[in-house]
Design a protein around this ligand. Structure first.
Ligand SMILES: O=C(O)CCC(=O)C(=O)O
Length: 325
């Protein structure tokens, strides 16, 4: 797909440069992880489309039995609407998914996604946010944004800083059909190649809405301008979004595990903040949507942090999506 303001030859050079450098990514820090198997045709195709357009939509990735399990599991977790325009005041978002149910392990590690992420991000990349997003009728469109901008790292205008061009990348599995009418994610194709400071021009730039059936998957890079759509339909639009980021976007030491949570409230606010028990704008460091200190206070019992029980899940039924992997 061609995109305004990015010359086709620049776009082509970018894709070719990147693919040349995939070998570097595949072997990068190989001592930490076995080198990746050679890229198969399908992954190469997915990657080429993502690098060219900034996103890809893939049909029939999740089998109907998994879609139906996900829908009932998600609806069994009561959660209020979002608190602002970005979260969506008519949108239900459930967070801390790996703490809640094993089905979310399956989704976050789905090979159709990880085969792509393995080549966009460095080994041991992280889940950055992971939530279910259900737009209810009447939801308005989300503000336009790129996911990577929250890291406040300038976009690389030469488009050549491999492999760091991609600070993060995102995936959305459709649990309901996504349409323009019910709030399918809106995208400016090719906008991942826009230079630093270039904002969407709503009079000139053309956006498209993600149109995919339940079980479909959209993957996009962190630099792509997009937004959740407005839900003008009478039904809901449910998706599961897993956003991954580079592995070094965190402190070297993992204090959250080494410090007894009962000690945190005894620390000074400054010290507490230094070891990560804080929320930095826009929402770095929250735990299941709340400030970590509030989370600890709420979940402490007998001087120990009580964890919720993780529900078990076993995959059953057909292999429709997986058969293509
Ligand atoms: O719900 C959507 O379609 C997109 C949501 C999104 O981009 C976000 O919450 O950052």
């Amino acid at each position: 797909m061609e995109t305004e303001h990015v010359k086709p030859e620049v776009q082509k050079e970018y894709v070719n440069n990147y693919l040349d450098h995939v070998e570097i990514i595949e072997n990068f820090e190989a001592e930490q992880r076995k080198p990746l198997p050679a890229m198969d045709k399908q992954t190469k195709h997915d990657l080429e489309v993502i690098l060219r357009d900034g996103y890809i939509i893939i049909s029939d990735v999740l089998p109907p039995s998994v879609v139906s399990d996900l829908r009932s599991i998600i609806h069994s977790i009561p959660t209020p609407f979002g608190r602002n325009n970005f979260e969506g005041t008519k949108t239900v978002r459930i967070q801390a998914l790996p703490a809640k149910h094993e089905i979310f392990d399956y989704i976050a590690t789905h090979p159709r996604v990880t085969n792509i992420m393995d080549r966009l991000l460095l080994p041991n990349y992280l889940l950055h946010t992971y939530s279910t997003i259900e737009l209810h009728p009447g939801e308005t469109s989300q503000p336009w944004h790129t996911d990577a901008s929250q890291f406040r790292i300038p976009r690389d205008p030469s488009l050549n800083a491999i492999p760091h061009t991609h600070i993060s990348a995102n995936s959305m599995f459709a649990i309901d059909d996504f349409t323009e009418e019910n709030g399918g994610t809106r995208i400016f194709p090719g906008s991942h190649l826009w230079p630093q400071g270039r904002l969407p021009d709503l009079e000139k730039d053309r956006w498209v809405a993600c149109d995919m059936k339940a079980g479909g998957l959209m993957v996009w890079v962190g630099g792509l301008w997009h937004a959740g759509g407005a839900n003008r339909s009478a039904g809901k639009r449910l998706g599961v979004l897993a956003h991954y980021c580079q592995p070094h976007l965190r402190p070297q030491e993992n204090y959250a595990l080494s410090i007894d949570p009962s000690e945190i409230s005894k620390m000074s606010p400054r010290m507490r903040s230094l070891v990560g028990f804080s929320v930095a704008a826009p929402q770095f460091g929250h735990v299941d949507g709340v400030h970590p200190l509030r989370y600890i206070t709420k979940h402490m019992d007998g001087g120990r942090l009580q964890y919720q029980k993780r529900e078990k899940w076993e995959r059953k039924g057909e292999l429709i999506g997986d058969a293509k992997i």
